[in-house]
Design a protein around this ligand. Structure first.
Ligand SMILES: Cc1cc2nc3c(=O)[nH]c(=O)nc-3n(C[C@H](O)[C@H](O)[C@H](O)COP(=O)(O)OP(=O)(O)OC[C@H]3O[C@@H](n4cnc5c(N)ncnc54)[C@H](O)[C@@H]3O)c2cc1C
Length: 503
């Protein structure tokens, strides 16, 4: 049913999508007395950071680790503003144990800065100048980001916010704006250190979608440093769903509304201004147009263009079409007996293999393992979630989808068996998700995940803005600055809320 306009409220805002980006924007706006309606096509809110339950196991769909929970971190700031407690979480230490091809000893990303320094000096002799450069750039970038710049600026007000965030200390980052990690390695005389490069490729692909040669250095400085204290990566107690659930509760506490199983079919634009959305109730089939003063789209830039149809500005559309093909994910979810898990298994592991998988999976697996008492598995059981990057076009056109999915699952389990004791006796439950699964459950074009690659041409100052060329239409989520991850999309949501307040 169409929702009533609450006239005592400030302005009517419709949010398309209840991912962490949409929920954060919606909750913050409702808290500021806007009249907020969030619509999501799925059954459960949270998008790529939601969960599902099977046979007593709770599986995180996509995101398994969270940054920004420490005081001053973005989730911490937003939850404080909303007047609610952050859900309990445990710091991951090491944040990740990385196994390079053919190696049996991992590279441990320790949380303690000193311990991580010793580890990297032992693992990559002679590389300290590179890490020191990263540390200096991270310090300046982190302080700059903490002053809430708007990137990329698209209005005078945005430009002012950017200017206000700049300090003399920020200027040390300027000469590196057009540097990639590959350039920095060469600058530090490490261009031929293949082992270091392989490690960086592996880690950066997780956060930036691209390898060291292509990743923008200023982005990498943050991505490679947030796992150390006083920042850090965390496992939420229970599941990732707790983050979304708290945001939904706050939204509703402050008079906002969330309608699940409601898909937005198109965004209405009149004379260059967003005026509302066309909604379809997936249960009843009812279709109607809902008017809004502002529309916040928590979708990919590709989906934004689709929702605008012939109202999409041609320059914007062309830019989206010219983007490098984004990645999809192939994810295997296992419910296992704890006998399958080696003693002292870290919460996250990354494995790299000599070759790509047989069906377009890339040559690495990112693995998240539950721990006793973390709420994801019954006593003496655990969950293992393993993901690899895949080509969405391949899966989109796959003729023998079921067969290929089965082969891919078997190959993933076989690779995981080099570390875990995975047998028919220890595997209690198994399921896999392909780009088609992600397309269906998160509404993302072809199941693309993780946002736009953080190449020089698309990171920070050169990326997609929250302010779109259509007036009062805003983009939040991992297509915008500062990129993917629940922390990144929360930052983008906070920016949009500030922009709407000053619109
Ligand atoms: C396998 C995998 C592992 C990851 N691991 C991590 C990790 O460990 N840590 C981390 O921080 N990040 C991780 N990420 C990235 C992180 O999950 C995402 O960047 C982030 O959750 C994206 O949030 P979002 O709000 O931008 O969008 P989404 O999560 O995509 O949410 C968008 C929402 O909009 C809805 N929607 C879309 N179109 C419509 C429409 N037309 N009408 C109505 N509703 C619509 C969808 O149903 C969805 O709920 C991972 C991602 C994947 C896929």
């Amino acid at each position: 049913m169409p929702t009533q306009h609450a006239s005592a409220k400030k302005y009517r805002v419709i949010v398309i999508g209840a991912g962490i980006g949409g929920l954060t924007a919606g909750a913050l706006l409702a808290h500021k007395n806007y009249d907020v309606l969030i619509l999501d096509q799925a059954i459960v809110p949270g998008g790529c950071a939601s969960t599902f339950k099977r046979q007593g196991f709770t599986f995180d769909v996509g995101a398994t680790q969270v940054a920004g929970l420490e005081p001053g971190g973005i989730h911490h700031r937003i939850f404080t503003e909303l007047g609610i407690d952050l859900p309990p979480a445990t710091p991951c230490d090491p944040a990740c144990a990385v196994y390079l091809p053919g190696e049996t000893e991992p590279i441990n990303l320790w949380r303690n800065q000193q311990k991580w320094k010793q580890e990297r000096q032992r693992q990559f002799p002679g590389s300290e100048p590179f890490w020191q450069l990263l540390a200096n750039l991270f310090k300046a970038s982190w302080e700059f980001q903490g002053r809430d710049p708007v990137l990329p600026p698209r209005s005078l007000w945005d430009l002012l916010q950017l200017a206000k965030a700049i300090r003399p200390s920020t200027l040390i980052t300027v000469p590196y704006t057009l540097f990639t990690v590959g350039d920095a390695l060469r600058l530090c005389g490490l261009g031929n250190d293949q082992r270091l490069r392989t490690f960086l490729d592996l880690q950066l692909k997780l956060y930036s979608q691209v390898n060291a040669e292509e990743t923008a250095l200023l982005y990498a400085a943050t991505a490679l440093s947030v796992s150390q204290s006083p920042q850090g990566l965390y496992h939420m107690q229970g599941s990732m769903q707790v983050l979304s659930d708290r945001l939904v509760a706050t939204l509703e506490r402050d008079g906002g509304k969330l309608l699940m199983r409601h898909i937005v079919k198109s965004i209405q634009v009149n004379k260059g201004k967003a005026t509302g959305v066309v909604i379809r109730n997936q249960k009843t089939g009812e279709v109607w147009t809902e008017a809004a003063d502002h529309v916040v789209a928590n979708v990919t830039s590709q989906d934004l263009v689709r929702l605008l149809g012939d109202k999409a500005p041609s320059g914007y559309k062309k830019r989206v079409e010219r983007l490098h093909p984004p990645s999809g994910a192939f994810v295997v979810y296992l419910g296992v007996d704890t006998k399958a898990i080696p003693p002292n298994c870290p919460p996250h592991l990354q494995f790299m293999y000599d070759a790509d998988g047989p069906i377009g999976e890339n040559n690495s697996l990112f693995v998240s393992v539950s721990h006793p008492g973390d709420g994801r598995a019954p006593t003496d059981k655990a969950t293992i979630i393993a993901s690899s990057f895949v080509d969405t076009e391949y899966w989109d056109k796959a003729a023998n989808y079921t067969l290929i999915k089965k082969r891919c699952t078997e190959e993933t389990i076989s690779r995981l068996s080099q570390y875990f004791d995975l047998t028919p006796e220890t595997i209690i439950y198994q399921e896999a998700a392909t780009p088609l699964t992600f397309a269906r459950f998160t509404g993302r074009d072809k199941g693309i995940v993780g946002g736009i690659g953080q190449r020089l041409s698309t990171f920070g100052p050169f990326g997609f803005a929250n302010r779109t060329p259509i007036k009062d239409l805003w983009l939040v989520g991992d297509s915008t600055h500062p990129g993917e991850g629940t922390a990144g999309v929360s930052y983008s949501a906070m920016t949009v809320v500030r922009q709407i307040e000053h619109a």
